[in-house]
Design a binder for this molecule. Sequence first.
Ligand SMILES: Cc1cc2nc3c(=O)[nH]c(=O)nc-3n(C[C@H](O)[C@H](O)[C@H](O)COP(=O)(O)O)c2cc1C
Length: 348
Amino acid sequence: MWSTQGISKILGVRIPLIQAPMAGPVTTPELIAAVANAGGLGSLGAGYMNPNDMRNTISAIRQLTDKPFAVNLFVPENHSASVEQLKTMQTILTNVCQELKIEIDVPRAPFLPAFDEQIEIIIEEKIPICSFTFGVPSQTSIAKLKKQNIILIGTATCLEEAKLLENSGMDIIVAQGSEAGGHRGTFARPYDEGLIGLMALVPQLVDHIQLPIVAAGGIMDTRGIRAAFALGAAGVQMGTAFLACPESGVSAIFQKILLHNDKTTLTNAYSGKYVRALRNKFIENMKPYAAQILNYPIQNNMTIPLRKEAIKKENLDFIAMWSGQAAYLSQAISAAELIKKWDEELQK
Ligand SMILES: Cc1cc2nc3c(=O)[nH]c(=O)nc-3n(C[C@H](O)[C@H](O)[C@H](O)COP(=O)(O)O)c2cc1C
């Protein structure tokens, strides 16, 4: 059985399963709608989207489903880089990526779309659920969203962050274990102090936080789902499990190696913020330059051309492959089939 204490009622969905928001190409309208139509909560990773892209993608999702879905945003953080630091990283990336034969440009501000404008789109489009990572949004943003009765979900990687999110007015907290693919959501501590395994993290949050806790990190099938509920979670958020689905927007070559790869690592070389990804040559070759990595999201913008070129050339040495630790359990079947399978297994 799916947990009956779950978050389904709050979110207006059949089952307490959230398809993780995954900024970039992953969370296509097709993937979000497939999860929503199968009874879970699809989420659009809109962290890097400008208002127009958000509007168009939301409209495309609504062509495919009339079920609720969430939109996820990145809480902004301070960042800066001197001209000298930018030039140094430009030289480093040019050297490390020589074989891609691309020019590395120095990116210009603004490095991310305006958060306040993204919030306005959520309100205008009457999105029922908004989730966040990388911090606690301002009280002004929270008040605006709450006025529209939008359900708010925050991401915590330790108890301290969960308390900050609870006090800010969030409705649900995602506990992101260290197994999780993608960026670490850690914001109140150095990233390594937020590397807590899901088995240790979930019960601590369940015991000390009054809000429903959703477990995220390394959950790939009903064994993980059952374990999360046994720890007291009110729901699960799964990202890597959906990467190999035909509806996901990641490159075919990444999907292929995901199925047979158990080598993830943490790196900040792609974006300036630590992320769990499949190991590759770029990550290894950037290790000597740890001290020169620029603040997130400046480093992120500087590596965009190399990531795009790597996908074009199908060069796994450079493709950014965000993935959780349990990637080897991935299945290349549709999201609807995956959820049907989990439904059936949980009936037993
Ligand atoms: C490719 C990828 C991109 C991600 N992007 C986001 C994002 O934009 N926003 C967010 O809150 N979490 C993001 N995450 C993290 C997920 O919310 C979640 O913590 C993670 O997928 C759970 O671990 P799992 O991948 O092992 O299921 C991303 C994860 C992956 C794998």
